[in-house]
Design a protein around this ligand. Structure first.
Ligand SMILES: [Mn+2]
Length: 402
């Protein structure tokens, strides 16, 4: 029996509305070490977006290196197989690659050749696993590889990596690792994926390009899911919710066990990730959101990283947004729950807000909410603006936002 634990999109160092989440990320890695100690996989697979930014601060890199050291010291996985995601700098992440290789970490970042992406990992049962570890591919690189066609480029790249892995270990089950949007996959929510998908990237790479692998370990989308109708081709999903909209969906990591050789489907299961800090959205009119805040304060849910973080989204009713924010803050005061994000998501025309939902796109709403907030502030008497000045500043505000 050969075993892998598959996760992706750790986004170490990621913040939520400027709030530091290192405590949650540390708690997650501690929990993961416990899982690894129980599972003792032959490989821990990290399918990209290890970090949230190209050059994470030292405190975040420390978390990462301490984790890798613990995995080696406590022998928590036979080997770590990691690829760079679009959030990872290929050069910054990859520069320690030769040192990491000496402590059991195979890190593939940057424009690797098919041979560099092909790995063999010895397993506790005396056999081995083959890996085609494909880091995130920028659109331009895929077009170059595909003679102008990015999808063809991904097909060619994946086929070469899988063929190289197959040649390296012909009798081993083969795991393809990739950080990409695969056709047919679902997004967790528009908000969190917007900034996290590649700028200028392919909409989706063809899922069948990876069909030659016995297990496809994907990263990039934050919703845990199987793709292409195969249990053994899946996104592990981000282990921590990367936005309030993701806060309601359960998070998990995947475990795949290979009882046979190449061509035999592994048994796949998912392990739920605990909630380290509850995230709640307070949405609706002033009355509804204040009532929801009071209920949240009474419930006062907490995880090991602390009390709930709440996001206010005013979607209906009249009344100054700033006053609703104050009332919601008051309702939460003294509880462990904290308001960390506010948004006025009513339609631009207050008269329309009470009626049918306005026909506005998410983009429209995102642009309008700060505009409304600015308009409210500009109308406050302490600024002593003339009506002409107020109107001019209000008209200029969308340009600043844009
Ligand atoms: Mn990504």
């Amino acid at each position: 029996m050969k075993k892998i634990v598959h996760l992706a999109d750790l986004h170490l160092g990621a913040k939520l509305h400027d709030r530091d989440r290192l405590a949650e990320q540390r708690l997650f890695l501690d929990w993961l070490c416990g899982l690894l100690a129980a599972e003792r996989p032959d490989a821990l697979v990290l399918a990209g977006d290890l970090f949230d930014v190209y050059y994470p601060p030292a405190s975040v890199q420390q978390l990462w290196f301490d984790f890798l050291a613990r995995v080696r010291r406590e022998n928590l996985a036979g080997r770590v197989v990691a690829v760079a995601g679009n959030h990872d700098s290929p050069s910054a992440l990859g520069c320690a690659g030769r040192v990491l290789d000496l402590v059991g970490v195979s890190l593939v970042a940057g424009d690797a050749s098919a041979d560099a992406e092909a790995l063999r990992v010895p397993c506790a049962d005396g056999g081995e696993l083959a890996f085609a570890a494909i880091p995130f591919q920028r659109d331009g690189a895929l077009r170059t590889q595909g003679g102008g066609d990015a999808a063809a480029g991904f097909r060619a790249h994946a086929a070469a990596a899988i063929a190289a892995a197959r040649a390296l270990a012909p009798d081993a089950p083969l795991v393809a690792v990739a950080h990409a949007t695969v056709s047919g996959a679902a997004f967790s929510d528009a908000e969190s994926e917007r900034g996290r998908r590649s700028v200028g990237g392919l909409d989706a790479v063809p899922a069948e390009a990876l069909a030659g692998a016995d297990y496809v370990a994907l990263g990039h989308l934050h919703l845990p899911q199987a793709v292409g109708g195969r249990d053994a081709a899946r996104y592990a999903g981000a282990p921590l919710p990367m936005s309030f909209a993701e806060g309601a969906a359960p998070k998990s990591v995947a475990v795949a066990e290979f009882a046979g050789g190449p061509g035999e489907a592994p048994a796949v299961r998912t392990v739920p990730v605990p909630v380290f800090r509850p995230l709640r959205v307070l949405s609706g009119s002033r009355e509804e959101t204040v009532a929801a805040a009071a209920a949240l304060a009474a419930e006062n849910p907490a995880g090991p990283a602390g009390g709930a973080w709440a996001a206010l989204s005013v979607t209906a009713g009249d009344g100054a947004f700033s006053e609703t924010c104050r009332l919601v803050r008051d309702a939460l005061a003294g509880s462990g729950a904290e308001l960390v994000a506010v948004s006025d998501d009513r339609a631009a025309d207050p008269g329309a807000a009470a009626g049918a939902p306005p026909a506005l796109s998410v983009e429209d709403l995102r642009a309008i909410a700060p505009h409304r907030l600015a308009a409210e502030r500009l109308a406050e008497p302490d600024l002593r603006l003339s009506e002409a000045e107020r109107a001019e500043l209000e008209a200029l505000f969308p340009e600043v936002v844009a």
